[in-house]
Design a protein around this ligand. Structure first.
Ligand code: ZN
Ligand code: ZN
Length: 157
């Protein structure tokens, strides 16, 4: 679960420890980011941050998100569509993603069996798992994908 205020405090102290400035722009970006459901691109974060702080520019969003990723408070994902997307990362929490290739919707899942199975697969190949990333690409069926052209079915024909 996200705890925006605690995350903001962690962000502020991370900046302070490194002698980096806590600017209103950086704060607005971090607040919007921690308050979001995640998976946002830089462009989307810029739009949202501008509502709080109109002076925010793209370069500041870019740098702030790099800082957040470096601090471990954000994780970067590059899905097949190509945009880098950011989501808050919480220590000890893990999930994987399902992505609709038609409308771009991103869903999250956690499945013990998948986690266990990949440990097993890695072990068989002589690898100890340090981290992993699963992305399942498909087309949403329920509710029907808003972007699917009429007459086209989810089974691909
Ligand atoms: Zn996610
Ligand atoms: Zn869809």
């Amino acid at each position: 679960m996200s705890q925006p205020s605690t995350q903001m405090e962690q962000f502020r102290s991370w900046l302070a420890e490194r002698g980096l400035k806590v600017t209103r722009q950086r704060e607005a970006i971090a607040e919007v980011f921690f308050g979001s459901g995640g998976h946002l691109s830089l462009e989307e974060l810029l739009e949202l941050a501008k509502e709080q702080q109109p002076s925010v520019g793209y370069a500041t969003v870019y740098r702030t998100m790099k800082i957040l990723a470096e601090s471990g408070l954000a994780s970067e994902h590059k899905f097949a569509e190509g945009n880098v997307r950011y989501e808050p990362s919480v220590e000890g929490e893990h999930h994987d993603h399902l992505i609709c290739v038609t409308c771009g919707k991103i869903l999250e899942y956690e499945d013990e069996r998948v986690e266990r199975l990949q440990e097993e697969v890695a072990r068989k190949h002589g690898l100890r798992v340090v981290s992993h990333r699963h992305e399942i690409y498909g087309e949403c069926v329920r509710p029907a994908c808003p972007d699917r052209p009429p007459g086209r079915h989810a089974n691909g024909d």
